[in-house]
Ligand binder design. Structure first.
Ligand SMILES: [Fe+2]
Ligand SMILES: [Fe+2]
Length: 160
């Protein structure tokens, strides 16, 4: 079902991301505000992608009809992770930072729109109500743990 808890959980995160991305776009130069918001966004995006992969996409990958869509999304997670790593390396006061950030924002907004409009409806059509409940439990259990991990792990860090 498209209104199952897992999809509500994921959409609630996406709405939080849309808000953070908009606020970050309004910050100026190498300010404490930009530093704090970017760090919060980085951790949030890494944790969301990891918990989403452990719940929704692990389930979709195991289902032949959903595999291609899951792979597409997971490869976009890698692309966003690369962007976050590049942003960490660029001087925040430079125009290059803002240009890279806007590039990343555009790609990420496209990614979550596509998840909501294509991946979630496909998964909802194919997976059972029980699978949806299991995914919600996994996501809700993993997300806070992934946030703790993301505080320590920079983009691109390999898991031990
Ligand atoms: Fe995603
Ligand atoms: Fe997502």
């Amino acid at each position: 079902m498209a209104d199952a808890r897992i999809f509500k959980d994921l959409k609630a995160d996406h709405d939080r991301h849309r808000d953070m991305l908009a606020r970050l776009g309004d910050t100026q130069g190498d300010s404490p505000e930009r530093r704090e918001l970017f760090e919060a966004l980085r951790q949030e995006l890494q944790a969301h992608a990891a918990a989403e992969e452990e719940s929704l996409y692990a389930t979709m990958l195991a289902c032949p009809d959903l595999r291609d869509e899951a792979r597409h999304s997971v490869s976009e997670h890698k692309e966003i992770d690369d962007f976050l790593g590049e942003l960490l390396d660029i001087d925040m006061s430079s125009s290059a930072w803002l240009m890279k950030f806007k590039d990343m924002r555009h790609r990420y907004l496209h990614h979550i729109d596509e998840e909501e409009e294509e991946m979630f409806p496909s998964a909802a059509k194919t997976l059972s109500a029980e699978a949806e409940r299991t995914m919600a439990k996994t996501f809700e259990n993993r997300k806070p743990k992934e946030l703790q991990l993301a505080a320590e792990q920079k983009p691109g860090d390999e898991r031990e």
